[in-house]
Design a protein around this ligand. Structure first.
Ligand code: IVH
Length: 641
């Protein structure tokens, strides 16, 4: 995560330096105006670091347009002067660099900073939102930091920026406008539907959308505030009041006024007292990055107290009291060479992009998901396209979008399959994700290997190769078939001796006693995995209750929303014959220790006391209990007769 910086670009002479400055300026202009640069963030950072290194050795030859001397984003001229300069931030890339920054800050202010605010660095565009007596009157982009462009036409399209504050204050809120992943999807759908080229990534999409005036459609964006200041000249009492507040208090005030801040996100801004605590929070935010519904490119650490900020002051480009701890780039541009169509264990036919290998955050990426056919069409992807590839954490890399302006005209359409590429059956295209009409039976080997896996039935000795043997020999036609295997059948297989046969049979018998959560997981219900299966099993306690649940009842399970619930219910209906077969072979259908939900709570099952114990370990048995018991009473002991 931390401490990994790609090397700076090497600049050997004045001509290379001039070229580098020109390339960086063009890239920066594209970045801030919604175009897509040929340089991704990482390449741009390396170039600027190379420029800075060369300038350090040739201070007399520094070009005025160099990106190092300017506020980032300076390539765009605007005509609305900023009340106070909209500064950029200096960067650090490792714990050591961050610690060195705190040391130099302490030296500068003559004391240790004892309160830092730590918040995500949102990957969008900086804007100033001006409120007059509580009404949102003007939106201005950062521009060159001293003046920006008026984008007030976007008022009303930016979530988190209310048109009216809770108090009639004349203030300026500064922050980042971005598109969440869902807003980005929508933006590209709307744009391509209107014949426009898709945006390559959410930041480009926000920049383009913010500046576009007469679009026949509206694309929502989201605002996160990170600064609040009084408008100079209007009410000096307010100026003084806000000027005295710590950054964290300003953010609380902004929230109280109705403005969105990072407080509402999964990675809210926090204040901490030590460098170690800052670094711990940096790690936490970095770890959550992949799951956030919007992009972040780092963590911003600020001296929280107004007095510390005042003493530290600001340079022409960036404040000295704040720093950006940059996280490794997660996006790179590469080429889409081919598309493969793979059938998964549930019969889903998923397109996967074959890429010109590209390194992202230390890993070489050669494949990236293309989600589904509809997505390919919406993004207007073509073979040979330069594409923006996104990889964060352990999440499967994805192709974000084509870089449309790099097209040469030689790109070819992506051909969709007409029959299942695995078994030749028809394809059900009625849903977003296409599916082989043979469903789970199309790729039985994958379905069975998954079911036997460690997190599911955990059948030792039933690895992929063995499953292939069983399926090829026609011994197993579905999951229930595993439990009907005989000793003779197994002994008849190649490389199956007596010991391995007996061990495998014992493991299969043991698998019948697995808790319901694992049995459910083994079924491979789409949209559920290990932890969701566990939650469902604990909630309903028995398979009968699960099967009796309608979408409303299913929604009562934590993490199952309105969209997922009906599809899980439908999947379970599809799996009904298989579940019946499994139950008939004696596979356990109850979750130990779980009590079914009370009636009326979600429409399924009864209270712990009322419930018929339909699937417990004593189901179907008559039990007689004798002897003396050191308890006062049995409240409700029943055994099904
Ligand atoms: S504070 C005077 N806080 O990152 C301090 N900036 O690369 C100004 N950014 O210009 C910035 N998230 O546009 C601050 N939580 C955050 C931020 C943030 C994103 C942007 C901002 C800034 C740029 C510098």
């Amino acid at each position: 995560m931390t401490g990994m910086t790609t090397p700076a670009a090497v600049i050997v002479d004045a001509a290379a330096y001039a070229q580098a400055v020109e390339d960086a300026t063009k890239a920066s202009a594209a970045y801030y105006t919604g175009g897509t640069s040929v340089l991704d963030d990482d390449a741009y950072d390396r170039l600027v670091r190379g420029i800075a290194a060369w300038e350090a050795g040739h201070p007399e030859e520094v070009l005025p347009e160099s990106p190092t001397g300017k506020v980032a984003g300076g390539a765009v001229d605007g005509d609305v002067p900023h009340t106070t300069a909209m500064l950029s931030l200096d960067n650090v890339f490792s714990p050591e660099e961050f610690t060195a920054w705190t040391t130099s800050l302490a030296r500068r202010i003559d004391r240790d900073v004892t309160r830092f605010s730590v918040e995500p660095k949102l990957d969008g565009l900086a804007i100033a939102a001006r409120y007059t007596r509580g009404r949102l009157t003007q939106l201005v982009t950062r521009g060159d930091g001293t003046a920006g462009e008026d984008v007030s036409h976007a008022i009303g399209t930016v979530e988190g920026l209310p048109t009216e504050l809770a108090e009639p204050l004349t203030v300026e809120v500064r922050g980042e406008v971005l598109m969440t992943n869902a807003q980005f999807e929508y933006a590209n759908t709307a744009r391509t539907a209107h014949g426009g080229p898709p945006f390559a990534n959410p930041r480009g999409a926000s920049a383009g959308t913010l500046r576009a005036k007469d679009r026949p459609y509206t694309v929502p964006m989201t605002f996160f505030g990170y600064g609040l200041l009084a408008t100079p000249g209007t009410g000096s009492a307010l100026t003084v009041r806000l000027g005295e507040l710590a950054h964290s208090d300003l953010m609380t005030l902004a929230g109280d006024l109705g403005v969105n801040t990072t407080a509402t996100t999964a990675v809210p801004g926090v204040t901490v007292g030590t460098v170690e605590e800052v670094l711990t929070r940096v790690k936490e935010i970095a770890a959550l990055r992949a799951e956030l519904p919007f992009g972040i490119d780092g963590i911003v650490i600020k001296a929280d107290l107004a007095a510390d900020q005042r003493t530290a002051g600001s340079g022409s480009r960036a404040p000295r009291w704040a720093i950006a701890y940059k996280l490794p780039a997660v996006e790179k541009i590469t080429r889409l060479l081919a598309v493969e169509w793979n059938v998964g264990r549930t019969g889903i036919i998923a397109p996967r992009g074959v890429l010109e290998p590209v390194e992202i955050d230390g890993a070489t990426i050669t494949y990236a998901t293309l989600h589904n056919p509809g997505d390919i069409t919406r993004r207007d992807l073509r073979l040979g396209d330069h594409v923006m590839v996104h990889r964060a954490g352990d999440v499967i890399p994805r192709v974000e979008a084509p870089v449309a302006h790099l097209r040469t005209g030689d790109e070819q359409p992506i051909v969709f399959p007409e029959v299942c590429p695995r078994c030749g059956a028809g394809i059900d295209t009625s849903e977003q994700r296409w599916r082989c009409e043979n469903g789970r039976n199309c790729h039985l080997v994958a379905a069975l290997s998954y079911a036997a896996g460690r997190d599911q039935l955990d059948i030792e000795g039933l690895g992929h190769t063995r499953v292939v043997q069983l399926v090829d020999a026609g011994l197993v036609k579905d999951l229930a078939g595993l439990f009907a295997l005989t000793r003779e059948q197994l002994l008849g297989l190649e490389r199956m001796g007596e010991t391995s046969t007996d061990n495998l049979l014992a493991a299969i018998v043991a698998a019948k006693r697995q808790p319901l959560s694992r049995v459910l997981c083994a079924l491979g219900v789409r949209g559920t995995g290990r932890s969701m299966s566990r939650r469902i099993a604990r909630h309903f306690a028995t398979m009968d209750n699960i099967r009796a649940a309608d979408a409303d009842a299913m929604r009562q399970v934590e993490g199952i929303g309105t969209e997922k619930a009906p599809s899980i219910v439908a999947e379970l209906a599809e799996l009904a014959p298989l579940i019946d077969e499994l139950a008939a072979t004696g596979v356990n259908m109850a979750e130990p220790g779980a009590t079914p939900p009370a009636p009326g709570a979600d429409g399924a099952g009864g209270s712990a006391e009322d419930a018929e114990p339909t699937g417990g370990p004593l189901t179907g048995m008559s039990v007689v209990v004798t002897g003396a018991f050191p308890v006062k009473s049995f409240c409700s002991v029943r055994a099904a007769a």
